[in-house]
Write a protein that binds this ligand. Structure first.
Ligand code: PGA
Length: 246
């Protein structure tokens, strides 16, 4: 399977930041891995335009489960697609924490994304208290069961394991801990989507940077990364793309 380097710009970036996209594409015109950037919704159309004909795919960071209607401020999967998105991140821990998103809502959103013909990047991860309490596998197993739509396939689903305590902190789990979680997720996914589980990309996310990317990508069942802070600069994200392409 082709590995996936996915960047999540979160609430960062105006049109001036598209210079980073030009620099990224100039440095990595044909990487061996897939490359995805998820900018704020305001930049999706412009980034898709800048990425036209290149190896870069563009995605959204969230969407509404419904296709249209009276939902002020929300965006539907079809709208993201219309703007040029091919993927949508769903259930990021910041959405779960800031907006009270539940597994059921994340699954409804993922169903909407897949229904619109896009790929769902479903995020799960334990808090520090849950890790310290020995609850990691129980928590992420429950999130996976509750968030992944029935009938998802390797062509419609990506799963990102992001320990909440590793996001934006510079801290990461040990390679052994990452390996334990990813092997667990592969196995658990088999119970949910059968043989498709072997082709679903399992991304690790949380303080991935150029200096730790190669060792994390060498862990079995790590099929790429979801990168926050280090995806904002072409040089950093490019180094991660290069590590995944090695
Ligand atoms: P980070 O964020 O790389 O800045 O830790 C990861 C994420 O939230 O996707």
């Amino acid at each position: 399977m082709k590995k996936l380097a996915a960047g999540n710009w979160k609430m960062n970036g105006t049109a001036a930041a598209l210079a980073e996209v030009e620099a990224l594409l100039a440095a990595h015109p044909a990487p061996a891995c897939e490359m995805l950037l998820c900018p704020p919704a305001t930049l999706i159309a412009q980034m898709a335009q800048a990425a036209r004909g290149s190896a870069l795919m563009v995605g959204g960071q969230d969407c509404h489960p419904k296709a249209s209607g009276a939902h002020t401020g929300d965006i539907s999967a079809a709208m993201l697609k219309d703007a040029g998105a091919s993927h949508v991140i769903l259930g990021h821990s910041e959405r779960r924490a800031d907006h009270g998103e539940t597994d059921a809502l994340v699954r409804a959103k993922a169903e909407a994304v897949i229904g619109a013909g896009l790929m769902a990047v479903v995020c799960i991860g334990e808090t520090e208290a849950e890790r310290d309490g020995g609850q990691t596998l129980t928590v992420i197993g429950g999130q996976l069961d509750g968030s992944v739509p029935a009938g998802a396939t390797a062509a419609t689903l990506v799963v990102a394991y992001e320990p909440v305590w590793a996001i934006g902190t510079g801290r990461t789990p040990t390679l052994t801990e990452i390996g334990e979680v990813h092997a667990f997720l592969r196995d658990r996914l088999r119970g949910l989507v059968g043989g498709e589980a072997d082709g679903v990309r399992l991304l690790y996310g949380g303080s991935v940077k150029p200096s730790n990317a190669a060792e994390i990508f060498a862990v079995p069942h790590v099929d790429g990364a979801l990168v926050g802070g280090a995806s904002l600069k072409a040089a950093d994200f490019g180094a991660i793309v290069a590590a995944l392409s090695a």
